[in-house]
Ligand binder design. Sequence first.
Ligand code: SAH
Ligand code: F3S
Length: 442
Amino acid sequence: MKKVYIKTWGCQMNEYDSTLIKSFLEKKESYLLIDNAKKADILILNTCSIREKAQEKLFHQLGRWRKLKKDNPNIIIAVGGCVATQEGIKIFNRANYINIIFGTQTLHRLPNMIKSAIVSKKLIVDVINYKSIEKFDNIQYTVTSISRISSLVAIMEGCNKYCSFCIVPYTRGREVSRPVIDIINEIKQLTKLGTREVILLGQNVNSYFGEYINGKKCDFSKLLYYISEINEIYRIRFITSHPLHFTNNLIHAYSKIPQLIDSLHLPVQSGSDRILKLMRRRYSTVQYKIIIEKLKSIRPKMHISSDFIIGFPGETEIDFKKTMALVKDVYFDMSFSFLYSPRPGTPASILKQNTSIEERKKRLFMLQNKIIIQSKKLSLNMLNTTQSVLVDGIAKNDIMKLSGKTMNNRTVYFEGRHSCIGKIVKINITNVSRHTLIGRVI
Ligand code: SAH
Ligand code: F3S
């Protein structure tokens, strides 16, 4: 039995890919997944390249593993994910002790690569797959690979949008959607392991384009209706959608599908139309605000979160003020906000930076601070209210308590019986901090 250790960083798609790797390896009886790199025979690194320093981070980690390999030359080291897809053999040129380089679309072949590497002791590079949907075939989860109340399910992968700053279209390839039937089967399989909430995953979930059913292509909103028919699924979330394809049908789904939660993560990136153009985002701030207004007319309690890029080349003080105004208008609850970082091969990477790093950092701090204040206010509004909470397990910091999620995706801690796990319970909110709440079962 070979012991396998997997290290992952980056986006949720990457995390999901690692879950797939685990399920592929667990299907083979000869592998055991462990949490300690020092005891492993096989070390797998699943990398991300969305922001800067991806390469440095990768070689740092490999450096640490090199020491383990010195003590035990039989260790197999495999490097995958977005950096591996982009860099390929170049990684070996800098770290000639690695054995396998695999891509975001070839991870289903990893068990075979490992087998060959053990036998041949030669470098194996397999990063390209033209049938990119293949990795989703034959997914079979086990209790150890996944046994969660809330599970990620990929519905599509890749991106055709080519925002000027983004590396994803180059590392994840063009958009491909999984067949509806596969997605439904996977969700049903997960419900048998206890899943009650699905997080539908993709770079642009609302570009989803499934098969024809009754003569009509199944789009994202239709897929949501199908999923809502699975009785054991109480809640449906998705990341990430794009404002460009946030259709009226999708908005309307919020009035028909109670399982859709009251929280939406919709990346806007900037509040300045001039910058949005330079970013090639293909919507305006007004279009964005209209989507939010329509949604809030259906779900007044909806919380909105977003991604922001601060300090995009050419961003002026006025552009930044527009972003801050949008933050207030929409009243964002949470953000993933970062300084712009030039990514190799993207159109924006040749644009000149006009603002000092100090100024850019100051802007980022101001934005994050404003959103934190808003977030606290939104939490305060929940004090003394009754919330429907999906109980997802034992609280991280207090084993005497349970944790769960409100409809608007706030974590709540409360005392309760373990038999509540996986159920929806009514909780009175008695105490709040920014993103977590304390409550009492009613
Ligand atoms: N729709 C995709 C977006 C992927 S990238 C998804 O979430 O699946 C995630 C976020 O990373 C983007 O929304 C953007 O805010 C940020 N990002 C992407 N490229 C970046 C860059 N070059 N510099 C800084 N942030 C970046
Ligand atoms: Fe990246 Fe834009 Fe696609 S941010 S993932 S190119 S929608």
